[in-house]
Design a protein around this ligand. Sequence first.
Ligand SMILES: NC(=O)c1ccc[n+]([C@@H]2O[C@H](COP(=O)([O-])OP(=O)(O)OC[C@H]3O[C@@H](n4cnc5c(N)ncnc54)[C@H](OP(=O)(O)O)[C@@H]3O)[C@@H](O)[C@H]2O)c1
Length: 322
Amino acid sequence: MKAAVYYETGGPDVFRYEDVPDPVCGPGEVLIRVEAVSVEGGDTLNRLGGELSRVPHIVGYQCAGAVLEVGAGADDLAEGDRVVTVGVDGSHAELRVAGRSFCWKVPDGLSTEEAACVPVPFGTADDCLFEFGRLQAGETALIHAGASGVGIAAIQLAKRAGARVVATASSSQRLGRLSALGLDHGIDYTSTDFVEEVRQWTDGRGADVIVDSVGGTNLQKSLHCLAYRGRCVTFGDAGRETPSTLDISTMRANNQTLVGYFLGAELFLGTRAHPMIAGHLADMAAGALQVVIDRRFPLEQTGEAHAYIESRQAFGRVLLVP
Ligand SMILES: NC(=O)c1ccc[n+]([C@@H]2O[C@H](COP(=O)([O-])OP(=O)(O)OC[C@H]3O[C@@H](n4cnc5c(N)ncnc54)[C@H](OP(=O)(O)O)[C@@H]3O)[C@@H](O)[C@H]2O)c1
């Protein structure tokens, strides 16, 4: 098969478009012909400095396509079924093998491209807001990087749960587009201090739940606008800062919680997250949730796609099409 591979981590120009051996479908696994790859924020970070499981390495968490083969124990799926899959790597390719518990059938009424964008951002957003953030109707949710894949999912889920939703982004233009998805208040953090703005917008109280995908100094500042009994969920390092020590000295007096989150752990170690994500796919097919697809690139142009994302112009998801 053809795949976008790299031999060492680095900038988007590390990608090569090459022939590599086809993946082999084992027991409990499914082989798919990839039709749409959603480039996840973690894919760009892994390409920049992640681990190489083998060389050449095929990066990528999430893609969708048609089933070509099912292994023993995965036979509730059949050849030709449309599925979306998640895995630790291997999405940037013409073929992908995934474990059955990391596959979801694409419901009728939902395109394969849209489905390719659902499990990781929506599963992560749902868990950060509700399972770990314990968000309640009437509370305030601060969602960082609102125009990101996870951000766009979190804004919709928080709004439909009856929360007041505030988000940050790097331009007012990006924030303007988020209003239609349920954003109540946007903060352009390049010109406005989000700590002060969140405090003002909540009459000094702060945000009850903060969904922080940026990390570094952004995470430190998040703790400074967290409400009494507030919950801050850290799940990413999109800001690309070298990890530094976090000052948690203000948390105890305010009965606050800081929690780490990794969707992979929920999918590997339990069964709860799988039906939760199936629910998002069903809601998407019914028009109750939406994904935003910014641009499509052929798989041969994976480097250009990653460079476009890192130029901060993408709003929502960028797809690769093999
Ligand atoms: N723990 C988990 O289970 C889990 C699951 C999903 C994602 N994640 C992590 O969450 C983060 C976001 O993922 P995503 O898929 O939502 O990302 P994405 O769609 O690629 O968006 C990333 C966003 O980060 C913002 N950003 C802030 N500083 C940045 C910088 N220095 N360079 C590039 N972008 C920067 C950008 O928005 P502005 O330009 O508007 O600031 C951009 O829209 C990633 O770190 C990813 O690894 C973790």
